[in-house]
Design a binder for this molecule. Structure first.
Ligand code: CUA
Length: 356
């Protein structure tokens, strides 16, 4: 800079002090606001706790950067704006201020290295293998998740709802039968793609206390993507063991009721309840069930023209015959997941109410 005029120098120092003061106050307000906002849904895993802390630290670090830059821009635009008659005036030519350049390079560099290190430590921490982890295999398909457990005798136990004991490390193996899906439980703060032909893995340690949390597909996977939602139930160890036993026993004839819905045989309940492996209402329209889904054919229209055998086939093996205007592969085959008795109950119910 050219020879300094002490008065001008005093004035510019006063401006800088004022900017810093406004910036500091605005930063404090900004941080308080950012931390007061409830950004995420309920948090229900040990990993989630660490991720939420990382988020808070990122807010504390980034809010002042944003606020300080904005303060300087606004302050300069107001205080140093061009007044009438000043059109030809320009500021003093500045070339090279090593001290300033070192400061504005060093501060962001230190910030970035610090935050990256912290994020890396958090990442290794949440992905660390846990002793005695429970294994759960998650299989995605258009448009549902199936959860597989190992029974006491090594037998595969499957469920359309995710059941987990509290306070337990879980090791998920995530697979897909058809296209890419993404297994996500927002409350756990963890998600991972389900890719055909590849096993992907995810670790979640549940916290104490019971709770129900949505399981979501987070990868656009077809027309029924938005219906690919189920529930994760975190429960006490004894409740969990009882639930697994119930699932292992499989569909019981006329058992009725029960949260898992393994043995449900009431046609309307099978049709409507999301807890059932069918939940037909998410894709089909049927006035009697209050269902308004539009992904699949409108049942009030198509069912009256179908024989019972045709309806049965459409549920067990939907791609055998496709309703005009719809694509194969849209509806899951229910031949494996529903018992014969359950399919018959659905057929009977549909025949009774469709088109009425
Ligand atoms: Cu599966 Cu989106």
């Amino acid at each position: 800079m050219s020879a300094e005029d002490p008065a001008a120098s005093r004035e510019s120092r006063a401006h800088i002090r004022q900017m810093l003061l406004i910036g500091a106050i605005a930063s404090a307000v900004g941080i308080a606001l950012a931390l007061a906002i409830d950004w995420f849904p309920t948090q229900a895993s040990v990993q989630g706790e660490k991720i939420d802390t990382l988020w808070d630290v990122l807010l504390i670090a980034s809010v002042p950067v944003f606020v300080l830059v904005e303060t300087i821009v606004l302050y300069s635009a107001i205080k140093f704006r061009m007044r009438p008659g000043e059109e030809l005036k320009d500021g003093p030519p500045i070339h090279g201020n090593t001290r300033l350049e070192i400061i504005w390079t060093a501060i962001p560099a230190i910030l970035l290295v610090g935050l990256c290190t912290y994020a890396y430590v958090t990442l290794t921490d949440i992905e660390k293998a846990q002793a005695n982890a429970m294994n759960v295999r998650v299989v995605g398909e258009q448009f549902t998740w199936t959860f597989h457990y190992k029974g006491e005798d090594g037998k595969d136990i499957s469920s359309n709802q995710l059941y987990l004991p509290e306070n337990t490390p879980v090791y998920f193996t995530v697979q897909s039968k058809d296209v890419i899906h993404d297994f996500w439980v927002p409350a756990f703060r963890m998600k991972i793609d389900a890719v055909p032909g590849i096993d992907s893995h995810l670790r979640v340690t549940t916290k104490a206390g019971r709770g129900d949390y949505p399981v979501v597909c987070a990868e656009l996977c077809g027309l029924g993507h938005s219906t690919m939602r189920q529930t994760a139930h975190v429960m006490s160890r004894s409740d969990f063991d009882a639930q697994l036993q119930k699932l292992a026993a499989g569909p019981k004839p006329a058992a009725g009721g029960g949260g898992g819905g393994g043995g449900e045989t009431d046609g309307k309940t099978l049709f409507t309840e999301a807890a059932q492996p069918t939940a037909c209402k998410s894709c089909h329209t049927l006035a009697d069930a209050g269902a308004t889904g539009t992904t699949g054919p409108v049942l009030d229209k198509v069912v009256p023209d179908l024989s019972e055998a045709e309806i049965k086939q459409s549920i067990q093996d939907p791609d055998a015959k496709i309703t005009e205007g719809f694509q194969p592969g849209l509806m899951p085959r229910y031949g494996d997941s529903l018992s014969d008795e359950q399919v018959d109950a659905l057929v009977k119910y549909l025949k009774e109410v469709a088109g009425s």
